[in-house]
Ligand binder design. Sequence first.
Ligand code: GDP
Length: 194
Amino acid sequence: MQVRSAVFVTSAADSSGFLKRPIPHFVFAGRSNVGKSSLLNSLLNRKKLAKTSQTPGKTRLVNYFLINDQFFFVDIPGYGYAKVSKQEQEKWGSLIEDYLTETPFIGVIFLLLDIRHDPSVHDRQMIDWLRATGFPFRIILTKADKLSRNKGLQQQRNLAKQLGMSNTDLIVTSSQNGNGMRDVWTFLNQAFEE
Ligand code: GDP
């Protein structure tokens, strides 16, 4: 798919601000610092559309980007940053849950995991919740440039096994060198056509 336009539309701090336009929402989720903003910028071929935050955990908003006037990319708040209180974390959890349950047309939810690390408790909670609710979701592994190709493949297999998935369910990406962006778009195109 060719990205002809990509515009930031708005941020929502709670459900009163959620956009209900019935076009596909492709959602990007993951713990703070996993590389979500970088991935969005890389997918859209824009340098600074999604802010790459230097302070993990700072963004507590649902951010909407309208692509080609056809669908949204939605950046939902990173979770599981150790330095925020449990209460704050619960607030984020319910914001994410409200967003997903109140949105009329979820295309796919991409859950981002750093290829170098085992899934955290929060990652697993999110995956269990997605499985239980039946939302369509896909795992994206980020920062693959930080590992050699062999190590990367090994980690892909290892993480797939831990999560009870097949290797191809995990899309390996690097925002730094652009690897895997085409695979994400291929997946998005399929989801869009369904
Ligand atoms: P977010 O908090 O999930 O939005 O994460 P960011 O996109 O802000 O990235 C967090 C940090 O990881 C930043 O210092 C990025 O430069 C770095 N980063 C993100 N993606 C990659 C990647 O693919 N490769 C490498 N080497 N670093 C990355």
